[in-house]
Design a protein around this ligand. Structure first.
Ligand SMILES: [Zn+2]
Length: 252
């Protein structure tokens, strides 16, 4: 059975949507992840998690949306960035076009933390319009499921955790000979509780936050398996959930 939308013909899609009101949509970014990792890291990982979950659940998976909210990485070559508003509208219109096919449940697999605010906003708006969108992110899932696998300094942007997942999924795209560790710089005015409008170059010269050199494919495979299992659990629960129980509640 096919589970990737772009591989189906329209009669095959019709057959799927006649029986099912749920899809998986991976989204990510195309941004720097230090000299060792590919620019596509965030969308490639999201796509792999989404497609594997689709295979295991029989739920249809869409093509990955590769560009996201990444302006804070723009000083590094090859980063492609769009605004939060444009991203939200693009994902939103994608979801609404699916609702024309009868889709009421959309599981977004987000590979880039910078997209989360726009996705959370969008999920609330869609719920008001009768479409329930959930957002899954693998790194908080991994931290809960595998708390002992990586130290805090290995868990940040382009660190050993993310690099390990790249090594597990597409080792040919990672150059471990260029892996490095960099302690990010604090800003002169930084105190506890302060949020500053900084770019990555304000904090690191390489684009790596913390420890990257300890990445391993074996650890990456453990992360991938754990997060896919968790996402499969969510998709199965959502598949069975009644739409009326997911849509917005009336005033009490
Ligand atoms: Zn990333």
């Amino acid at each position: 059975m096919k589970v990737l939308l772009h591989e189906m013909s329209w009669p095959e899609a019709k057959e799927y949507f006649a029986k099912s009101d749920i899809v998986i949509l991976p989204v990510g970014a195309n941004e720097q992840h230090g000299p060792a990792n590919p620019l596509g890291t965030d969308h490639l990982i999201a796509r792999s998690i989404a497609e594997e979950t689709a295979k295991r659940t029989g739920v249809l998976c869409l093509q990955v949306i590769p560009f996201g909210v990444s302006a804070h990485h723009k000083q590094f070559w090859g980063t492609v960035f769009i605004s939060a508003g444009t991203f939200k509208r693009y994902v939103g219109e994608t979801c609404l076009s699916l609702s024309y096919c009868g889709v009421r449940k959309i599981v977004v697999v987000n590979g880039h933390g910078g997209n989360l605010a726009a996705l959370s906003d969008l999920a609330r708006e869609l719920r008001e319009n009768g479409v329930f969108m959930s957002v899954f992110q693998w790194w908080p899932a991994a931290a809960r499921l595998l708390p002992d696998l990586f130290a805090g300094e290995e868990r940040r942007h382009a660190g050993a955790e993310e690099t390990s997942v790249n090594l597990a999924l597409h080792p040919n795209l990672v150059s471990m000979s260029r892996a490095l560790d960099e302690q990010p710089r604090g800003h002169a005015v930084q105190v506890e509780g302060l949020t500053l409008p900084l770019s990555t170059v304000d904090e690191t010269g390489s684009g790596v936050y913390g420890k990257q050199s300890t990445a391993s494919a074996e650890k990456g495979r453990k992360v991938f398996e754990a997060v896919v299992n968790e996402l499969v659990r969510h998709v199965d629960l959502l598949k069975r959930a009644r739409v009326e129980d997911l849509t917005q509640k009336p005033k009490v």
